[in-house]
Design a binder for this molecule. Structure first.
Ligand code: PXP
Length: 239
């Protein structure tokens, strides 16, 4: 059975909107683990828009499953990863203005920097996954860079506007999974997967892990709403 790695970035997004001390992504991570998550994912961005250095450091100490650090292949981030020693690093592209990661790393453009970063991290004992689009050339280059794993970008499929576009995008994902499996690469998938699109992955046993964040945090806001309102109502009743 494939694993589920829960991304808690958007718990930190809610905190950072107010620059408050809550909700704490560390607390969310621990609850996710109690609920059965196989790993916790955080993306430490250059602009620190959601996850902060403090979060990653505390998570390193308290996560019992595995801590997956998403990061850009920069000198600053490599230094932090070497210091913190996450269980897996996922290399992702990062643009300042983007709302979220917009696509996979382009291995054709960045292969030298990525290969060097993979070497540095893996030589220190941290396995590396590269987040790429479901394209054979990207998979070949990730394999050549000696990465332990790839994470296949599922965003184009999950956000497709028509059934035809959705089918075409999913075919690419399936072909990419089969090809990466032949190359003996570990295979994670992620970006945009929700409670509907997850069902399409039925039978794809080559997948090691699903990396899911936004839909889970969004669902938690709604499923937790009733209890949260009742708790505040009770406090007002007791005034
Ligand atoms: N995988 C990668 C590489 C990502 O950058 C993200 C978004 O942070 C995810 C998975 C999770 O995507 P989502 O929040 O849409 O589930």
């Amino acid at each position: 059975m494939a694993g589920l790695a829960v991304n808690v970035d958007h718990v930190a997004t809610i905190r950072e909107v107010r620059k408050s001390s809550y909700p704490d992504p560390v607390a969310a991570a621990l609850i996710a683990e109690i609920a059965g998550a196989d790993g916790i994912v955080v993306h430490l961005r250059e602009d620190r828009r959601h996850i902060q250095d403090r979060d990653v450091r505390i998570l390193r100490n308290v996560v019992q499953t595995k801590l997956i650090l998403e990061m850009a292949a920069t000198v600053e981030m490599v230094g932090i990863a070497l210091d913190i020693q996450p269980d897996l690093v996922t290399l992702v592209p990062e643009k300042r203005g983007e709302l979220t990661t917009e696509g996979g790393l382009d291995m054709i453009i960045h292969k030298n920097n990525i290969t060097e970063t993979v070497d540095t991290l893996q030589n220190s004992g941290i396995p590396v996954s590269i987040f790429i689009d479901p394209e054979p050339e990207q998979i070949k280059l990730a394999h050549r860079a000696n990465a332990s794993m790839i994470e296949i970008h599922t965003g184009t499929f999950c956000e497709a506007a028509t059934p035809a576009k959705k089918d075409a995008a999913f075919d690419k994902i399936v072909n990419a999974i089969k090809f990466a499996h032949k190359l003996k690469l570990g295979i994670n998938v992620g970006h945009g997967i929700c409670y509907n699109t997850i069902k399409d992955f039925h039978g794809l046993h080559e997948i090691d892990e699903f990396s899911i964040g936004h839909s889970i945090v969004s669902r938690a806001v709604l499923t937790g709403m009733e209890a949260a309102v009742k708790e505040m109502r009770d406090l007002i009743r007791q005034l």
